[in-house]
Structure formats: structure tokens, C-alpha cells
Design a protein around this ligand. Structure first.
Ligand code: CU
Length: 290
């Protein structure tokens, strides 16, 4: 193969890649560029996000460092030990080299050990529960939407009182949260496993039937965020969307009051309560037909 030929082949490969790269960069807004800087994570909106975000970036650095070392070793071996012109045979093959085998068995275990240690440390910090949250919300993931029970008992002066907002496939619900107040979520499901996920909070929790679980976090930035079900739960999984509105405390109170005024008092936990949930008869009709 002549020089000229190999050069033109290189250009054939490089040119489209360059053009694609330029187009990709030109299409980037400042927001997208910032998101690239966070390696894909959205802008953070909760107090647990810094830990998760740092962990995400550090894991990428560790993976790339290991990758670079492995790629360098592969490249070096391929070049230094290649069969040269005139070599009658392949280079000497090495087998059963005990130090080498011990090395490539123990090193991966060490790497996994370090990653495991940091995973547990970060997990413990992210899951930290103060035990005295400002707001309590029972999240119910049900086929095929979300119900948010605001269990703001002290505020309403009645231990059994609360208000709820139940979404349907046709009308996705909106979860209101007061900014800079710690929120204790209890996540449950009456039917199959769903997963409560607000990407901007860097937090996701499965809704497991018969096994309610809790976590705490503090929304730190007012705004409207997307939420979704992160568990492929069935036919209408893709419709299990919701919005999260992080608002001032006054606006939050106002929202609870409007739910109470509309008659959504008490709680709705899916399952037998589903009859109380706006619009679920649509789903029951469908199941009846099927
Ligand atoms: Cu789901």
C-alpha cells in the first residue's frame, strides 16, 4: 500500500467524523454544553445531588484512567512485540507466569474493592435521614400514574388529615414541594414495581408492592422538573410521567389548600383506593374488556 493511498483512506474516515463533530458542536446550546461538563447529568436541584454528581464524575475519571492504562498496554504490546519482516515465527509465547496471573487476578478485585467502598460511603450519605423532616409525602406508583399524598398533619392540626393529588394516564400529576425544606418521601405500590425518579434530584427509588421505603431530601432550587417511572412496569409505563414544582412555602401551602378545597382530602394509596382516584375507572373498564 502506497503512502498516497493510505493518506486518502485516512481522509475518507476523518472527513465525515470532522463534519459530524462540527455539526454536533454548532447545535449545542450553552445549557447542553454545561450538561456535557457534568457528563450528562441535568442541573442539580436537591441537597443530595452534589454527592451523587461528584461520585458520577469520579467514577468516570477512574474508569478512564484504567481504560487509558489498558489501551496503552495493548498498544505497546502490539507494537513492541509484533512479528517483524523476516521473522520466521510468532514471538515467544508466555504461559503460566505465576506473578502475572496473581497480578491480573488481584488488581481487578482491588479496583472493585475501592469502587465498592466509595459506593457504600456515598450511599450512606445520600440516604441520611434526619428523622425530623419538614414535610412528609407518601408517593404511590400505580398502574399507570402517580398519587401524591401530602401528610402534612401538624400543619393541618389533625393527625388523620391530609390531601392528595392522583394522576391518570390522561392527566399527569404535579408534585409540589417547598424549596429548602426537607421532605420525607415514602414510596409504595399497590400492584407492580414502579420507580419514582426525578432526574434533577439525582435520586431514584423503586416503588415495591408490600414494601414501602422512605428517603429524605431537600429541594434546593425553585423551578419545574420532569419526573418519570424508571422501571419498565407494563403496557403504559411510558405514560407514567409527572412534574415536580419546587415553589416557595406560601405557594406550597396554597396548593395544599386548593387540593383540600377541591375535596381531595384524606389519602389515596392505590389498590382498593383506586376507585377514589380521579379517572382510574377508565383503566378498570379496559381491564374488564380484556
Ligand atoms: Cu411504572
Amino acid at each position: 500500500m502506497g503512502l498516497k493511498e493510505s493518506g486518502s483512506r485516512g481522509a475518507r474516515i476523518m472527513a465525515p467524523a470532522l463534519v459530524l463533530g462540527v455539526f454536533a458542536l454548532a447545535g449545542c446550546s450553552a445549557e447542553t454544553t454545561a450538561q456535557w461538563g457534568r457528563l450528562g447529568l441535568p442541573e442539580a436541584a436537591s441537597d443530595r445531588a452534589r454527592l451523587m454528581g461528584d461520585f458520577w464524575i469520579n467514577m468516570w475519571i477512574a474508569a478512564l484512567a484504567i481504560g487509558a492504562l489498558v489501551w496503552a498496554l495493548i498498544g505497546w504490546t502490539v507494537i513492541a512485540y509484533r512479528r517483524r519482516a523476516g521473522d520466521p515465527e510468532a514471538p515467544r509465547q508466555t504461559r503460566m507466569n505465576l506473578p502475572m496471573e496473581v497480578l491480573y487476578t488481584t488488581v481487578p478485585f482491588l479496583i472493585i474493592g475501592v469502587v465498592f467502598y466509595w459506593t457504600i460511603r456515598v450511599q450512606n450519605e445520600v440516604m441520611y435521614n434526619s428523622g425530623k423532616s419538614d414535610v412528609m409525602i407518601d408517593v404511590v406508583g400505580q398502574k399507570w400514574s402517580w398519587t401524591f399524598n401530602y401528610k402534612d398533619n401538624q400543619r393541618l392540626g389533625d393527625p388523620t388529615a391530609g390531601v392528595y393529588d392522583a394522576g391518570t394516564m390522561e392527566q399527569t400529576p404535579t408534585l409540589y414541594l417547598p424549596v429548602n425544606k426537607s421532605v420525607r418521601f415514602t414510596v409504595s405500590s399497590p400492584d407492580v414495581i414502579h420507580s419514582f425518579w426525578v432526574p434533577a434530584f439525582y435520586f431514584k427509588r423503586d416503588a415495591i408492592p408490600g414494601q414501602p421505603t422512605s428517603f429524605e431530601l431537600t429541594p434546593t432550587k425553585e423551578g419545574t422538573y420532569a419526573g418519570k417511572c424508571a422501571e419498565l412496569c407494563g403496557t403504559y409505563h411510558s405514560l407514567m410521567l409527572f412534574k415536580v414544582k419546587v415553589v416557595s412555602e406560601a405557594e406550597y401551602e396554597q396548593h395544599l389548600k386548593s387540593l383540600a378545597d377541591a375535596g381531595f382530602t384524606g389519602s389515596a394509596m392505590g389498590n382498593s383506593d383506586q376507585r377514589d382516584i380521579k379517572g382510574t375507572e377508565i383503566e378498570q373498564e379496559k381491564e374488564g374488556q380484556g
